[in-house]
Write a protein of this length. Structure first.
Length: 335
């Protein structure tokens, strides 16, 4: 019993970044608190953690906004849960959460159940940093207080501007009504043949701004609103044309070559679009005029028409190619 409690405390100390491996003296202190002083496990963890912090001279700062997250900080946040996923190992849940200043990943190591689209106040959470993925993670541990709140937290949205250069997939896809995964040959790998599958209207496309390209995805009502077309219209087009590619061709015609501003959630692999703003010719001309005005003010700037055409080494180098997998991408890609 005591050995299990010691192991748990050591594990949590590692998760908090306070130790890499336990030594004999640390094990002895933990056992003494648990057996001789009969201190509860959570209190013993707090006592040991505070002792290690004092020895290392660690003073944890407290942050109250996602934009201010720092590794090792204490986080007191009011957040909205955007999506929830099943965790692995000691992590019970993973979630994408946001506040007015940004979004981040949350790892829940407790039995507290977070629900998507609900808002919570989190106190005394630990902030970690993933060097590989270059992002912060808010850790809900045994020290953390979590309470649901009735406030509607407004979450900051990501934005990306560029031109639609390729439409990968557009139209209707059939989903398993149970797990919502795409069907293959009318069957779900987990739930078998589906006589009444669910359907989804999607568009997946590439937007490039000359410096960066994003793989964008928009679905259902948001796609209908953005392109000003209903799914009923697309179904009617499909029936009348008897061409399975007709919906894609129509959506492609309304997207391809257009200069757009995407708003939504940018993940590691995909940009999940809430809204598409199409820039008109007049707006593009005005932006071009403003850019030229700014450029002419830069010292030593020479108008392009006065520059003799010449090739540089950079221009002769081949551009890096990016590969896009034409498979269904969901919010798990954010993790």
């Amino acid at each position: 019993m005591v050995e299990n409690a010691v192991e748990k405390i050591v594990g949590k100390l590692k998760e908090m970044g306070l130790i890499e491996a336990p030594n004999e003296e640390l094990i002895k202190k933990i056992k003494m608190l648990l057996t001789e002083f009969r201190v509860p496990e959570e209190e013993a963890l707090k006592t040991i953690a505070n002792s290690i912090k004092r020895e290392k001279g660690i003073q944890r700062i407290t942050v109250t906004r996602i934009a201010d997250l720092k590794k090792g900080a204490n986080a007191n946040l009011k957040i909205k849960v955007l999506a929830v996923f099943k965790g692995k190992g000691k992590v019970v849940q993973r979630a994408i959460v946001g506040d007015p200043t940004g979004k981040t990943v949350l790892a829940n190591l407790t039995k507290t159940v977070l629900q998507a689209k609900k808002c919570y106040e989190i106190k005394n959470a630990y902030v970690d940093y993933d060097e590989g993925r270059k992002r912060h993670t808010v850790m809900i541990t045994g020290f953390t207080e979590v309470s649901e709140i009735q406030e509607d937290i407004q979450v900051a949205r990501d934005s990306f501007e560029g031109m639609v250069i390729h439409v990968l997939q557009a139209g209707f896809i059939l989903l398993c009504p149970v797990c919502k995964k795409p069907l293959k040959m009318g069957a779900c790998p987990e739930h078998g043949k589906q006589a009444q599958p669910a359907e989804r209207l999607i568009a997946k496309f590439i937007v490039d701004n000359g410096e960066k390209a994003v793989y964008a995805r928009i679905a259902d009502e948001r796609l209908e609103q953005a392109l000003r077309i209903s799914r009923n219209d697309l179904k009617e087009l499909l029936i009348q044309s008897l061409d399975p590619n007709a919906p894609k061709q129509l959506i492609e015609n309304r997207l391809l070559g257009k200069h757009v501003i995407l708003k939504g959630l940018e993940g590691r692999k995909a940009f999940f679009v809430d809204e598409i703003q199409f820039l008109t010719s007049a707006e593009l001309e005005e932006r071009t005029r403003q850019l030229l005005e700014t450029a002419t003010k830069i010292k030593n700037f020479t108008p392009a028409e006065n520059i003799e055409e010449q090739k540089t080494e950079d221009e002769t180098e081949e551009e890096d190619e990016y590969e896009i997998e034409e498979e269904i991408i969901n919010l798990n890609d954010l993790l």
